[in-house]
Design a protein around this ligand. Structure first.
Ligand code: GTP
Ligand code: MG
Length: 390
């Protein structure tokens, strides 16, 4: 499963975002290091269910054509500058980023917490200063891991049969870094790792991370940020978000008070609900915020991380290409996230390794045509795989 990690300094709202996206019970509080052990949960990317184009009314797996596909979400403990040297609560938190395919870097746009996450007067800390530090910490963390092995790798590289790219990929395999990642990064920078000193590893590790752990910046707490601070962050590429607003509307929807589909730009208060005047006023304030920003931003961030940073598409395997069902007659039962450029053969392997090994051909269910195993799949494709194995 695709894994996204929420990272950033303490007290910026990571757990609030996590709770809003997963509806899991986690601790949230206005002081640093509320979260110590990472929280793991399931969030969803939003997509348009193909049943709408096919004239199937209610496939059973979507809400009025809005379909949600699961991804893993990790809420990592807060990181402070120099975390890689063990500052804050130590560098073991960086380890929680190992499994992440992409990172959502949460910045507190309100300026009401300092670089260490301590509450300060709103606006007294410039959130733009919080954008760069995480990349540096992550880079230095990888430099540290690689540095430990560097003298050995340099020694081994004296032998002609030893491939240093292989050696580096081996050391960093736990971070999901491959031989190609290492090779492409070295080629791109034009460096020969056999002749790179330990002290020169930083630019290499930085570029390697940019390639393998892409980061999306978000300016959280937009509800209390000044317009100047928000636009300053937006200029640096951050997406404005209010995790607290999303949490409030998801809880109100859960409680049956409002109609809200995550990612919608607005919600509707149900008539005849028992909201207190205070709750109603709170929701109305959120409605104004959402109207101003086109929503709370939370769902959009997950979607951008998956579709843009990780370049994923959604593909629907079926067994009956005429009725778009599996053997049990369930319509469009599965939705798979796959990297753009994937082929029907890749899909066959995703369904099951046996199906992949016995792959014969695929049928595009929309057109009813056979497609070649090397055809690039498109977002929203509905595919029947024909395999010698069942
Ligand atoms: N106004 C506002 N406050 C928020 C928002 N998101 C989180 N907060 C508040 O910020 C404080 C910290 O939130 P947490 O979610 O615990 O932050 P965290 O990043 O997980 O903190 P650590 O676990 O300590 O690293 C809490 O008081 C939250 O209520 C938001 O969108 N708007
Ligand atoms: Mg937390």
């Amino acid at each position: 499963m695709i894994t996204l990690a929420l990272a950033g300094k303490p007290n910026c709202g990571k757990s609030t975002f996590f709770k809003a996206a997963t509806m899991a019970q986690v601790e949230i509080a206005n002081y640093p290091f509320t979260t110590i052990d990472a929280n793991n949960g399931v969030a969803y990317v939003r997509t348009r269910c193909p049943c709408q184009d096919l004239g199937i009314n209610g496939c059973g797996n979507c809400t009025g054509g809005v379909r949600f596909v699961p991804v893993a979400l990790i809420d990592v403990a807060g990181l402070v500058p120099d975390a890689h040297k063990g500052r804050g609560l130590g560098n073991q938190f960086l380890d929680n980023l190992r499994q992440a395919d992409a990172i959502i870097h949460v910045v507190d746009a309100s300026g009401a917490t300092d670089a260490e996450g301590n509450p300060v007067d709103p606006g007294s800390h410039d959130p733009r200063e919080d954008i760069r530090f995480l990349e540096h910490e992550m880079t230095m963390w990888v430099v540290g891991i690689l540095g430990k092995h560097w003298p050995r790798l340099q020694r081994q590289a004296q032998q002609r049969t030893f491939d240093i790219i292989d050696g580096v990929a081996d050391v960093l395999a736990g971070l999901g870094i491959t031989y190609e990642d290492v090779k492409d990064t070295a080629d791109e920078l034009g460096i020969d790792l056999r002749r790179t000193g330990e002290e020169d590893l930083e630019p290499f590790c930085e570029r390697l991370l940019q390639r393998t752990k892409p980061v999306l910046f978000i300016g959280n707490k937009m509800d209390t940020a000044t317009p100047e601070m928000l636009s300053g962050l937006k200029d640096l590429g951050a997406v404005p978000v209010s995790a607290a607003a999303e949490l409030a509307v998801r809880m109100a929807a859960d409680g049956g008070f409002i109609e809200y589909v995550p990612g919608d730009p607005s919600f509707a208060i149900k008539p005849e609900t028992n909201l207190s005047a205070q709750q109603r006023a709170g929701l109305e304030k959120i409605a104004v915020l959402m109207a101003e920003h086109g929503g709370t931003g939370v769902q959009g961030v997950i979607d951008r991380a998956v579709y843009e940073l990780l370049d994923q598409i959604v593909v629907y395997p079926v067994e009956d290409e005429h009725h778009y069902t599996d053997k049990q007659g369930r319509v469009l039962p599965d939705a798979f996230l796959m990297r753009r450029g994937s082929t029907p053969r890749d899909l066959a392997f995703r369904v099951h390794s046996d199906i992949g090994e016995g792959f014969l051909y695929a049928v595009d269910a929309r057109s009813g045509m056979r497609i070649k195993e090397s055809t690039e799949l498109k977002d929203g494709d509905i595919i029947k795989i024909v395999s010698t194995k069942k």
